[in-house]
Ligand binder design. Structure first.
Ligand code: BJW
Ligand code: ZN
Length: 247
């Protein structure tokens, strides 16, 4: 199957990669769903919604501080690095990530659309104004916005919130135009991100999914690769680079 994917990809010019929490799992960042997932210990509705923040901002900040600390200690893995190399092999390339951990940027990827924000930024919960990116917000004494007095929150996208319109518009445009789309390490459950691969496929792109488990996307894809992204992606890139060198 690898050689078939390489055959197809080496004739493609425009690649879009969508990543989810699974790409960072081998770095030691817990995924959201599944047995070891974050949501196994905490219910999403308790923590990642505005309602939760209004009801218990201290609990929400304790959770984000814990995740910031955890994410600050980990490093990109071979899956992240392989994607930085993939970027160099196409005329046009866009990495769309649902992750807030910043590991793609740390690895060296350049053209990134962060759909769900960044855990390392803060903003006002009332007027959305950016707030100094202080990584140690005291959960018992949450700072207030200088403009409107609103509470400071992490600059991530919670359930029921709109994504940045410019970022999601670009993600859809790139997905509609690409000829190869890779969906890596995402359960493909959370929209609108989960709509991008099917959109690409409808517009004629070849769709490849790399995931340890089947997802709602798996019956739609052209190729399902049931391997760890940190193991498969470096092999894929190595083969593509070999093809490029012999052209
Ligand atoms: C490996 C691996 C290895 C492990 N190698 N693989 C259309 C239909 C239905 C519902 C909706 C819809 N449109 C909108 C909605 C509502 C909602 C939604 O999608 N709900 C569904 C759950 C049903 N969406 C929203 O609310 C979005 N907003 C929106 O649409 O605004 C418009 C609107 C407003 C008001 C009303 C209605 C519409 C916003 C979604 C925001 C999601 N936010 C979070 C938290 C971010 C902040 C934070 O991190 O703290 O984003 S939730 C969480 O899920 C996080 C993730 O980015 C996201 C996706 O999770 P992901 O990355 O897929 O992780 P997992 O854990 O689910 O999967 C990991 C996968 O990796 C697994 O499959 C493993 O097998 C695999 N894996 N190791 C390869 N080594
Ligand atoms: Zn404000």
């Amino acid at each position: 199957m690898l050689s078939e994917i390489v055959d197809i990809m080496s004739n493609c010019r425009h690649c879009v990669v969508l990543t989810g929490a699974g790409i960072s799992a081998e770095s030691g960042v817990p995924t959201f769903r599944g047995q070891d997932g974050l949501w196994g210990k905490f219910r999403a509705e308790e923590l990642a919604t505005m309602e939760a923040f209004v009801a218990n901002p201290t609990l929400v900040w304790e959770w984000y501080n814990w995740r910031r600390e955890l994410m600050g200690k980990v490093e990109p893995n071979p899956g992240h690095y392989a994607i930085t190399q993939l970027e160099k092999l196409f005329d046009r390339f866009t990495l769309v990530t649902q992750n807030v951990d910043g590991l793609h940027r740390l690895a060296g990827s350049e053209r990134i659309l962060e759909l769900h924000g960044s855990i390392y930024r803060n903003k006002c919960a009332s007027c959305n104004q950016p707030f100094a990116d202080d990584l140690h917000i005291d959960p018992d004494s949450i700072p207030s916005c200088a403009s409107c007095g609103g509470r400071i929150r992490p600059d991530v996208v919670w359930f029921g919130e709109m994504l940045d319109p410019e970022i999601i518009r670009t993600a859809f445009e790139e997905s509609e135009r690409c000829d190869i789309f890779l969906s890596i390490g995402t359960s493909a459950l959370v929209h609108p991100a989960a709509s991008l691969p099917a959109m690409a496929k409808r517009r004629g792109a070849t769709l490849v999914e790399i995931n340890l488990e089947q997802t709602p996307l798996s019956h739609v894809v052209d190729y399902f690769v049931g391997e760890k992204s940190g193991e498969f992606m470096p092999r894929l890139v190595e083969q593509l680079q070999g093809r490029e060198a012999s052209k």
